[in-house]
Design a protein around this ligand. Structure first.
Ligand code: G
Ligand code: G
Ligand code: NA
Ligand code: MN
Length: 253
């Protein structure tokens, strides 16, 4: 049995899960929200990492269905948390192929409305390279997103080749510095200079800067010094289940 044929059934068999990784305020460590990360718990294969199955889903036309599930599940979970007294902002990863669907914004809006969630509570993360590649195809979708009040986060920034003009056009609110730069930020001058430049650029464009993949206190300190707004990484927490997230928030007071 191929991964592809198993993946077709994963949604209907309820094998997909979302895990959530916190983002915190750089200056004081305050909880801001989470990134939803897809997990596939296969009965025989075990936990299949998204790096492995997302490309398969994209190649075989399964990403729209999976992406719909992710947005639906994120909205359902936000509603469940809200009913429990926790308003949690969630960022979902959106594939360029998903954005290319003509009805992406309408479907997302509908999911938000059904669960009574404000558009501003959901953020769409799209990789820099995917956004660049598809800028023509997704232009109207991106404009529509902004009108509905949904914002974009440019993921893995520094690994693609965005022009300044392009960045300015996007209805983006946030830029995530790729973890390859974060890894060396306290040990390598070039990495540090690059993060410094990206933070200045982003702030000049009115974007909030998130550093992802923060693993050590040294990295944390360097990123705070450089003016990053938000931090995410194993140093704070690994991605975790919805229930564990609430204990994590409560434990921090
Ligand atoms: O934890 P991590 O292994 O979760 O994620 C690996 C990669 O998979 C990351 O690049 C991440 O952006 C991507 N990914 C995780 N969840 C999703 C999702 O729901 N949709 C898409 N398109 N990509 C995802
Ligand atoms: O491409 P994207 O930025 O969505 O990828 C998120 C990926 O990074 C996920 O696989 C997530 O599990 C992983 N991740 C989150 N925090 C850390 C970290 O501190 N270190 C490393 N190495 N990976 C991380
Ligand atoms: Na992401
Ligand atoms: Mn990223």
């Amino acid at each position: 049995v191929t991964l592809q044929s198993d993946l077709r059934l994963a949604v209907e068999r309820g094998q997909l899960r979302l895990h959530y990784q916190p983002k915190v305020e750089a200056r004081n460590g305050g909880f801001i929200g989470v990134e939803a990360l897809l997990r596939w718990e296969h009965p025989e294969r075990g936990m299949v990492p998204p790096n492995l199955f997302i490309p398969v889903a994209e190649r075989f036309g399964l990403i729209a269905g999976i992406g719909d599930w992710v947005i639906e599940e994120a909205c359902r979970q936000m509603r469940a948390w809200a009913d429990d007294g926790h308003v949690v902002h969630v960022a979902v990863n959106v594939s360029a192929l998903q954005l290319r669907q003509a009805n992406f914004v309408a479907k997302t809006k509908s999911a938000l409305q059904r669960h009574a969630i404000l558009p501003s509570q959901l953020l769409c993360e799209i990789t820099e390279s995917a956004a660049m590649e598809d800028v023509q195809a997704t232009q109207s979708t991106l404009e529509e997103l902004g009108k509905v009040g949904l914002f974009l986060s440019i993921d893995d920034f520094g690994t693609g080749y965005s022009s300044l003009g392009f960045l300015r056009q996007l209805p983006a609110r946030q830029l995530k510095i790729d973890r390859s730069f974060v890894q060396d930020v306290d040990s390598n001058n070039d990495a540090r200079s690059l993060v410094d430049a990206v933070v200045r650029l982003a702030h000049a464009l009115g974007l909030c800067v998130v550093a992802e993949g923060v693993e050590t206190v040294g990295q944390q300190r360097a990123l705070v010094d450089l003016g990053c707004d938000e931090l995410q990484g194993y140093f704070f927490s690994r991605p975790m289940s919805a229930d564990r997230l609430i204990s994590w928030i409560d434990d921090r007071g």
